[in-house]
Design a protein around this ligand. Structure first.
Ligand code: GLN
Length: 414
């Protein structure tokens, strides 16, 4: 049977974005900013296209200007002199970067371990690539009401990993909980990972620029002995609010990165030249203008706006320490979708996920409250989904006016 049968369900983000448009809902679902990217980025793209050769194929593995700009920016962060040509690879969005990793490095039947809840594209890529999936749940202790409550159970990690495990995907700041892993937490993971020579860690750090409350973004690759086995994945789309540009990149040792460059050469041949040239220039401008500091502050303010609004409505939030998203509790009875309510979407017919409580709440909010969030059970493996029933994920990476309007509508609906 075609492998595509394994991943044929609808895409939860695309579906709810379409539903939001159809019903005129404020879209706090899919994780894309509704505000404009920085001017220096847009100007750099316009400028890039005026050079004729920037409209033609660039180097597979990354435009030379971009990989050099990335080497300059990240070398101090990784505490090593990064080689632009062999230790950095670009991709058409970080999501394709994950796919390149699976395609290039995971053998048929090898295991991909995903910390869950997860960005569902990991699982779909692993299925499509012929790997097997094991979910490793974060457990919530529920004591502080923040994303710090979610913890990785280290004995459970020990039980899960084996010689068959090829990839462990670890995401910080985390989608959808907002957890920011501390260095000690990452070290505890590294201590287990060390025992498996065949294991690669994929550190998904696409939300690295959105870390709040003075916390530090810690990089798994900088832990003792971990550089050799870690691929860190990033997204210019997230960092510069241009998710539609599809510009991701990966950093790691050359034996793990050059296969990704080779895979990109086969799949798309290369990235999008003017976009890569523009992002190269944006990294320089961003450092000169203090963009990263003001971006983190802006995102924290947006988080506060949404968190306070949700509290006000009675949708108790799990306060995120970083990232684009805020989970909230929908267990109140006013959030119960009426039985047999007939909320329907085309997906309803084909995917059992659409019958779950969180999906029906998301559908009701979209159709009746005109506010869209993402049901988190799509982010769990089938036997671990129950904790998601009373949760909904809202994106705070939106215009302030979208956030306040969403809260106003939820109040009115209640
Ligand atoms: N990562 C984003 C999210 O979780 C969306 C990515 C996508 O839609 N492919 O909303």
């Amino acid at each position: 049977a075609p492998r595509m049968d394994l991943v044929s369900g609808p895409n939860v983000f695309a579906s709810f974005s379409q539903q939001a448009t159809k019903h005129g809902a404020v879209n706090l679902g899919q994780g894309f900013p509704s505000f404009a990217p920085p001017d220096f980025l847009v100007e750099a793209a316009q400028e890039a296209m005026t050079t004729p050769l920037n409209n033609q194929y660039t180097r597979p593995g990354g435009n030379p200007q971009l990989v050099q700009a990335l080497a300059d920016y990240y070398s101090p962060k990784f505490g090593r002199n990064l080689d632009a040509m062999t230790e950095i690879a670009t991709s058409t969005g970080a999501q394709e970067g994950i796919w390149l990793i699976i395609m290039a490095l995971v053998g048929e039947g090898e295991e991909v371990v995903c910390v869950e809840p997860y960005f569902d594209a990991y699982v779909k890529a692993a299925h499509l690539g012929g790997g097997t999936i094991t979910g490793l749940p974060l457990r919530s202790t529920g004591s502080t009401g923040t994303s710090a409550d979610f913890e990785l159970d280290i004995p459970e990690l020990e039980k899960t990993l084996s010689d068959k495990s090829r990839v462990l995907i670890l995401n910080t700041p985390h989608n959808p909980t907002g957890k920011v892993f501390s260095r000690d937490e990452l070290q505890a993971v590294a201590d287990v990972v060390k025992k498996y020579p065949n294991l690669i860690v994929v550190a998904d750090e696409v939300y690295e620029a959105a870390v709040f409350e003075g916390l530090t973004h810690e990089r798994f690759a900088t832990l003792d002995g971990m550089w050799e086995r870690t691929i860190s994945v990033f997204s210019a789309g997230k960092t510069f609010s241009c998710t539609g540009w599809r510009c991701g990149y990966m950093i790691g040792p050359s034996n793990l990165i050059t296969p990704l460059q080779g895979a990109q050469g086969v799949i798309a041949f290369a990235g999008v030249t003017p976009i890569e040239v523009a992002v190269a220039s944006a990294f320089k401008k961003a450092e000169e203008t203090g963009y990263f500091e003001s971006y983190a502050k802006m995102m924290e303010e947006k988080r506060d706006l949404l968190v306070n609004g949700l509290r006000d409505v009675g949708l108790e939030p799990v306060v995120p320490q970083g990232g684009y998203f805020t989970l909230c509790d929908t267990s109140a009875s006013w959030c119960d979708p009426p039985a047999g309510s007939g909320y329907s979407s085309p997906e309803h017919e084909t995917d059992p996920l659409w019958g779950r409580r969180d999906f029906r709440v998301a559908q009701m909010f979209t159709e009746d409250a005109k506010v869209t969030g993402i049901p988190p059970s799509a982010s769990y493996s089938p036997h671990n989904r129950d904790p998601a029933d009373n949760l909904l994920r809202f994106a705070h990476c939106k215009e302030d006016s979208d956030l306040t309007e969403a809260v106003r509508r939820l109040k009115e609906f209640k």
